[in-house]
Design a protein around this ligand. Structure first.
Ligand SMILES: NC(=O)C1=CN([C@@H]2O[C@H](COP(=O)(O)OP(=O)(O)OC[C@H]3O[C@@H](n4cnc5c(N)ncnc54)[C@H](OP(=O)(O)O)[C@@H]3O)[C@@H](O)[C@H]2O)C=CC1
Ligand SMILES: O=C(O)C1=N[C@H](C(=O)O)C[C@H](O)C1
Length: 264
């Protein structure tokens, strides 16, 4: 579909990255969606027929194309800079980037005062279901030990994953006795009560797996999500962009999109 005929015209940053490419390819397969602007830090061949421009030109490209939303999967520093470009150009921003420091999150939130900004550590609907199940299990199993394990491909930079951090917040929201995160384990000491174990594995081309183990003395349960491919994240991000395009400035999460779906 040509950009001018589309119902939703999007900008994509990190267009040469694993997720950026996936988003552009998923957009090409969607009725009524076109990628009007695609940028990357380093020069890249066109993706699914979409020309990829120099990311330094993002501001001028947004001003000229006036897309309905921008979808970002890059790194924390660039995501903050792109959020500022979105705020200047009046373009809503969806970011799936992970690994933000607190100060960077503050900067991202500041952009949400000018334009709608939606940040999600995971755009898979199955992960949203996993997180609901984890909150329920944590509430139903007081005193049980909790250990979280995430596994990703060997090119992932941030650890633990953004999704793991979100799940840790979920557990903590109902188990405030678990106040010590233990990243991996070594040495010579039994597990202390109050610990929550966090284990990050990096291997091969694993797309993304998150497993939460709840263990009492005579029983245990494991809740696991496995992403089959990156298309599942790209589809969720496109759903989020479609929803965000009609919102007021503010700070949103993927749960807002799913809640709106449930209401319709
Ligand atoms: N929320 C979700 O559902 C998901 C989130 N993610 C997250 O998305 C992010 C990207 O993942 P992925 O696509 O696998 O990563 P890649 O390494 O494949 O791609 C990263 C992209 O970001 C660009 N980039 C990185 N750092 C900078 C920088 N400092 N300035 C400008 N551009 C930069 C890269 O540009 P260049 O080509 O020049 O290096 C590249 O285009 C990660 O934070 C990851 O955790 C990933 C999957 C799902
Ligand atoms: O870097 C990735 O690949 C992924 N990152 C996200 C995260 O950090 O949680 C989501 C997904 O697991 C894939």
């Amino acid at each position: 579909m040509s950009g001018d005929d589309a119902d939703r015209r999007l900008a994509v940053t990190g267009a040469g990255g694993r997720m950026g490419r996936e988003v552009i390819e998923a957009a090409a397969d969607r009725e009524g969606v076109a990628v009007a602007v695609a940028v990357n830090r380093t020069p890249t061949d066109p993706v699914a027929g979409v020309a990829v421009e120099d990311a330094d030109r993002l501001g001028e490209l947004l001003a000229a194309a006036e897309p309905d939303a921008l979808v970002d999967f890059t790194g924390p520093g660039s995501a903050v800079a792109y959020a500022e470009a979105c705020a200047d150009a009046g373009v809503p921003m969806v970011t799936g980037t992970t690994g933000f420091a607190d100060a960077q999150l503050d900067n991202l939130r500041a952009a949400g005062e000018s334009v709608p900004v939606l940040k999600a550590s995971n755009f898979a609907r199955g992960v949203a279901a996993l997180r609901r199940a984890v909150r329920e299990a944590a509430a139903a199993l007081p005193g049980y030990d909790v250990e979280l394990t995430e596994t990703h491909h060997n090119a992932k930079r941030d650890a633990p994953s953004g999704t793991a951090k979100s799940i840790l917040d979920d557990v903590k929201s109902v188990r405030d006795d678990l106040d010590e995160r233990v990243h991996g384990r070594e040495g010579d000491a039994p597990r202390e009560t109050g610990e929550i174990g966090v284990h990050a594995r990096r291997a091969g081309d694993v797309t993304g797996e998150h497993e939460v183990l709840f263990a009492g003395n005579r029983e245990s349960i494991e809740l696991t999500h496995r992403a089959g491919d990156r298309g599942v994240f790209a589809e969720g991000a496109l759903d989020a962009a479609d929803w965000l395009a009609d919102r007021e400035p503010g700070w949103y999460g993927f749960g807002d999109v799913l809640d709106a779906d449930a209401d319709n």
